[in-house]
Design a protein around this ligand. Structure first.
Ligand SMILES: [Fe+2]
Length: 312
């Protein structure tokens, strides 16, 4: 597994050459900020959506206790027998009874899955990441195929706003390949291979479906995992050393995610990092980002439509 290192600049050495003690103090604080510190030129940032101090506080909430790493692929995520059982649980459902999302043009639903699959997945991810503090948060089975209405599967470039410090994207089956770019790697998976990534932190997308063959389909099973005391899980959380001011300043969980502070944070984060990501992505010749496939209008909000049929 590769450690997280999206920026080439050595922040510490750049600080030591700044000279002024005021700057050193400010930048030393910045070193505690796990995402912003990877920006190549922090002083050039235009804080047009959120002030810097609040941005840093939210970033701390988002990443507190989270292990950062580069996305990687795992072979044989489940023992064969377990994987076969999971495949049959996922694929034995009638698609017209599953929720259909217009955001990504896919059938998606949290199909009932026995607990043993999550227990095993938690154990596997803890071993792979070398940390104990990982629990299953939610899961989703996804079937991608052109619909009878001609909707074509897609996944535009984005970072998740929903909680999910860690994600297991397990390939279930299908009759075609479909890449998944997470960070700067294009993963093409075989069944029972899993991509482990950080959808709240890594930019991700799938290249254009690029086919009008109605028989083609692709199936995946996602498990989103979080730290036990994640900021979005207020019921179980014991905030530990989180400051009283922060507890008072924000409403955690759903309310926090719905707050203007969090929305502005996300706008500011896209503004700061998306162009940098795109430039680096192009330099590395990754599959083209499907700009025209970002969900627009009401498609962004339709996740639970029922009765949608595949074209065949
Ligand atoms: Fe995502």
């Amino acid at each position: 597994m590769v450690e997280y290192s999206p920026c080439k600049r050595d922040v510490v050495s750049s600080i030591l050459t700044e000279g002024s003690s005021g700057i050193i103090i400010m930048e030393e604080k910045m070193l505690e900020r796990p995402l912003l510190k990877y920006h190549p030129d922090i002083n050039s940032i235009d804080w047009r959506f959120l002030d810097k101090e609040t941005y840093i506080e939210v970033e701390n909430i988002l990443t507190k206790g989270v292990k950062l790493f580069e996305p990687f692929l795992v072979d044989e995520f489940y023992p064969k027998e377990m994987f076969d059982e999971l495949v049959s649980l996922c694929t034995s459902n009638d698609l017209t009874k599953l929720d259909y999302s217009h955001q990504m043009n896919k059938w998606e639903e949290g199909v009932q899955i026995p607990k043993k699959f999550f227990d095993y997945a938690e154990k596997r991810v803890r071993e792979l990441l070398g940390i104990e503090d990982v629990i299953h948060a939610y899961h989703m089975y996804a079937h991608h195929q052109i619909t009878s209405e001609g909707r074509v599967p897609k996944l535009g470039l984005h970072i998740d706003e929903a909680p999910g410090a860690y994600m297991v994207d397990l390939h279930i089956g299908g009759n075609r390949d479909w890449g998944f770019v997470a960070g700067y790697t294009n993963f093409i998976c075989k069944p029972n291979q899993a991509i482990i990534c950080q959808p709240q932190i890594d930019y991700h997308y799938r290249p254009s479906w690029a086919s009008d063959n109605k028989e083609e389909y692709y199936q995946a099973f996602f498990m989103h995992m979080i730290n036990k005391n994640h900021w979005t899980v207020p019921t179980e959380a014991k905030w530990g050393d989180r400051s009283k001011e922060l507890e008072e300043k924000y409403e955690f969980g759903q309310a926090f995610r719905a707050s203007d502070t969090f929305k502005n944070f996300n706008s500011q984060r896209l503004y700061i990092f998306r162009d940098l990501y795109v430039k680096e992505n192009e330099k590395r010749n990754l599959p083209a980002i499907p700009w025209s496939e970002e969900p627009k209008g009401e498609d962004r909000f339709i996740h639970q439509r029922k009765g949608v049929k595949p074209a065949i």
